[in-house]
Design a protein around this ligand. Structure first.
Ligand SMILES: *Cc1c(COP(=O)(O)O)cnc(C)c1O
Length: 844
């Protein structure tokens, strides 16, 4: 008789988790005990779970140090081209397990922790998420760091070390409440402060035009203090650096002319400039034109460029071997990638450094700047585009405003020469928007100042050149590219779904972790009953585990036999959580109408944060919780339908939830979601997608075969035709479709808000009269598609075969593929899967 395997025993069998050799385990235990004693200053009588987590984190960190130093030394010696990925967001999540996976330490650590009588998952759960991002854009930056290290690129992530990351979301009486994310409270074992590399960043002041050039004077200085975090590649001994800047007041801050009273106030006022790195702006796809945000954007760029120039000067093409620094070589040694327009100030700042400080003439500096910089666009939504008022600029960065005007003057002169007499074109393409309050259009500045501009999925890149950037495309079509987003298979498969990784590895070996295209080999097993059974079994285990998690942490009971239907992403009108709500209500009404029919049981889970100032998004959360209150307590419904709002969706919750998903909701209005990356995580973890032809869904359907996704709704062309033709009229759908009318009447009549019948008046008004995202136009198609989902779910074998088609078609969505394309097609670098020599760990 074989006993059921414990979690610990089951994991030991998984080869992708690394070897648990006896010596490794013994060494790890010694190191762990040493850290508990010397680093944490605790013994086992008084140590808490958190102490054990920190002891383990430090033990694992020790294995990074030698590789980190070696890698940086190696870069210095070989002097390869460097890529600088500048981003206001790095949504990293946790680091411990990722480090163990990439260093092949997971099994050995597991065994050591087990032998010490501790529970690995409990310790892992003590780590705070590094929540320095809002959603897809920030998570993309994090996946890219993993891929750049895994592909051997000499890459650096540069950003801000926010003291408070994305807020923690609590649901109180059905409403979102925000709590500050004090993630550094217990210290961060993964970062190393580098006060010796502190850099000054200037603000305010005025310019002086002298015969020796322009001077920016009477400025206020803020210091940028770097904190370095190691970024290990996947089992290649490479460890790159993510450098995040923290704002620090200079020692003499406000102390130039102090008196006794002034001294105390001056010290207290240090907070004012240190506020720059205090908190992440919690908006996703939304521009908020606050001075502090502009300060953050310039702060990261100014500090980073000093690093870039210093490192360039210390390289062979800088002054290390040649007497005078040759900045013409900069584009051959440095690539700067701008993650959206948030770091757009890199362009005028690089010009300022080259022209004002390094004394290059304008034309040469401009050529260097354009050939060095590249820009990634992440959205076409007008409310998300950064347009900074000139007045703010003039006040905060007077020299940069002058430079932007000069860039614009020369650019418009060039456009005029290409399109003589087309004054409207000049107006449309200007970096400066006229009108009530003059504004700098940051996207225009990025396009003009970069040699490559890319969208993040094929359909998005096509829309860019056909609409938002049409004029620029006509001027310079070669600039525009596509780089379809991807996700790292290390975190989003091996780490979060070891069971699935193992079932795959048993059939096709382990190389898919580095080369995700190999997943297509799984098609050979599409009729293999044992494989189908294994895939279904892993899913069932993951569902059970997530159900237990929900019960333990949120005291909600769900039926693990039901279909797990997820929509987890930031709450936004364009993502159409409201369409999902209409399906929940429709399904509820159908069960109520025919309670004895055989209904496919569903647990519909929705999670995501609403920006604190986004009233409509908060009302959407309230509607979902209200629907749940009614549906979940209706005895006629039983466990055939549950509606759960998942509190505090973040990277760590995504890792727990996604492996358990049967169905992934990707239902944005066609033309609005630039790419999506959540869609890819679900696909890779064996969920089926119900979605519109939007963002990367289009390419997912292409890769897996359109018949293997539930695609519904208007295509972009149909949306455009509607706008150009008769327009969208919600009332037509409302009057024509009885189930839609019933659902809307219930929302507006207080069926889900008995105590306050008009609670959802604004949402109803929005859907009926000013819905930019045409929810009703896709309602019928969506419901029909959901019916098909239900039918297929009744045939488990067919369902699982469709899942296998999806997993096998996932190769394209590895961020390794994305980064290889950035490297070859934008950065002029060659990715490599070669290992570099391991450091002598004896020296650690
Ligand atoms: C992947 C991810 C996202 C992006 O999801 P989309 O569905 O593409 O918007 C947002 N938040 C978290 C925590 C993620 O892991």
């Amino acid at each position: 008789m074989s006993k059921p395997l414990s979690d610990h025993d089951r994991k030991k069998q998984i080869s992708v988790r690394g070897l648990a050799g006896v010596e490794n385990v013994a060494e790890l235990k010694v190191a762990f005990n040493r850290h508990l004693h010397f680093t944490l200053v605790k013994d086992r009588n008084v140590a808490s779970k958190r102490d054990y987590y920190f002891a383990l984190a430090n033990t694992v960190r020790d294995h990074l140090v030698g590789r980190w130093i070696r890698t940086q030394q190696y870069y210095y010696e070989k002097d390869p081209k460097r890529v600088y990925y500048i981003s206001l967001e790095f949504y990293m999540g946790r680091t411990l397990q990722n480090t163990m996976v990439n260093l092949a330490l997971e099994n050995a650590c597991d065994e050591a922790i087990y032998q010490l009588g501790l529970d690995m998952e409990e310790l892992e759960d003590m780590e705070e998420d590094a929540g320095l991002g809002n959603g897809g854009l920030g998570r993309l930056a994090a996946c890219f760091l993993d891929s750049m290290a895994s592909l051997g690129l000499a890459a650096y992530g540069y950003g801000i070390r926010y003291e408070f990351g994305i807020f923690n979301q609590k649901i109180v009486n059905g409403w979102q409440v925000e709590e500050a994310d004090d993630w550094l409270r217990y210290g961060n074992p993964w970062e190393k402060a580098r006060p010796e590399y502190m850099r000054p960043v200037k603000f305010y002041g005025r310019t002086e035009h002298t015969p020796e050039g322009v001077k920016w004077v009477d400025t206020q200085v803020v210091l940028a203090l770097p904190y370095d975090t190691p970024i290990p590649g996947y089992r290649n001994n490479i460890v790159n650096t993510m450098r995040l800047w923290s704002a620090k007041a200079p020692c003499d801050f406000n102390l130039k002319d102090f008196n006794v009273g002034g001294y105390i106030q001056a010290v207290l006022d240090r907070n004012l400039c240190e506020n720059i790195s205090r908190v992440l702006y919690p908006n996703d796809n939304f521009f908020e034109g606050k001075e502090l945000r502009l300060k953050q954007e310039y702060f990261v760029v100014a500090a980073t460029l000093q690093d870039i120039v210093r490192r360039f000067k210390a390289s062979k093409f800088g002054s290390r071997e040649i007497v005078r620094t040759d900045f013409a070589q900069l584009p051959n040694k440095v690539a700067i990638q701008l993650n959206d327009t948030h770091p757009a100030m890199a362009i005028p700042e690089l010009m300022r450094v080259l022209v004002d400080e390094e004394k290059l003439d304008w034309d040469k500096a401009w050529d260097v700047c354009v050939r060095t910089c590249a820009y990634t666009n992440h959205t076409v939504l007008p409310e998300a585009l950064e347009r900074w008022p000139i007045d703010l600029f003039h006040h905060l960065l007077p020299r940069h405003l002058e430079i932007i005007y000069e860039i614009n003057r020369r650019f418009l002169q060039y456009v005029a020469s290409k399109f003589p007499g087309d004054n409207d074109r000049l107006r449309r393409m200007s970096l400066i928007e006229e009108g009530g309050c003059k504004k700098v259009n940051m996207a225009h500045m990025c396009i003009v100042g970069s040699h490559a501009v890319n969208g993040v999925a094929r359909i998005h890149s096509e829309i860019l050149v056909a609409t938002l950037f049409k004029d620029f495309y006509e001027l310079d079509p070669h600039k525009f590219q596509n780089k379809t987003n991807g996700i790292t298979p290390r975190r989003w498969l091996v780490m979060c779904n070891p069971g699935l990784a193992e079932v795959i590895a048993e059939r096709i070996g382990e190389e898919f972790v580095r080369d995700l295209d190999q997943l297509k080999k799984l098609l050979k097993f599409i009729d293999d009953d044992a494989f189908i059974r294994d895939i279904a079994k892993v899913k069932q285990e993951n569902k059970l585990k997530f159900a237990v998690h929900l019960e333990e942490h949120y005291k909600v009971k769900i039926n693990p036999q039901s279909m797990f239907d997820f929509q987890v992403k930031r709450i936004h009108e364009y993502k159409r959580q409201l369409l999902n709500c209409l399906h929940m209500i429709t399904y509820y009404n159908r069960i109520k109408k025919e309670p004895n029919k055989h209904w496919t049981p569903r647990t519909i889970m929705v999670g995501g944060k609403a920006a604190p100032g986004y009233h409509t998004a908060k009302m959407i959360i309230r509607l979902i919780t209200a629907i749940g209150e009614v549906v979940n307590h209706d005895p006629v419904i039983g466990d055939r339908l549950k509606v759960i709002f998942l509190e505090n969706y973040r990277v760590t919750l995504a890792e727990k939830a996604i492996p358990s998903a049967d169905l992934s909701e990707q239902i944005s209005t066609a033309g609005t979601e630039a790419s999506g990356t959540g869609n890819m995580k679900f696909m890779l973890n064996g969920a089926l997608t119900i979605g519109t032809m939007d963002g990367a869904n289009v390419e997912m359907a292409e890769e897996a075969g359109e018949k293997n996704l539930f695609i519904f709704g208007m295509r972009v062309e149909e949306v455009d035709a509607m706008d150009a033709g008769k327009g969208y009229h919600a009332s037509e759908y409302y009057n024509r479709i009885p189930e839609l009318k019933q659902a809307m009447d219930q929302i507006s009549g207080g069926f889900f808000s008995h105590k306050q019948p008009d609670l959802f008046k604004e949402l109803v008004d929005l859907l009926m009269h000013h819905d930019r995202f045409k929810v009703f136009a896709d309602y019928e198609a969506y419901i029909k598609s959901q019916d098909k989902v239900n039918e297929l779910y009744k045939k488990p074998k067919e369902w699982t075969k469709m899942v296998i088609h999806n997993i096998a078609g996932c190769g394209k969505f590895s961020s390794d593929r994305t980064i290889s394309q950035y490297a070859r097609e934008i950065w002029g670098m060659e990715p490599s899967l070669e290992k570099i020599p391991a450091p002598d760990e004896q020296l650690k």
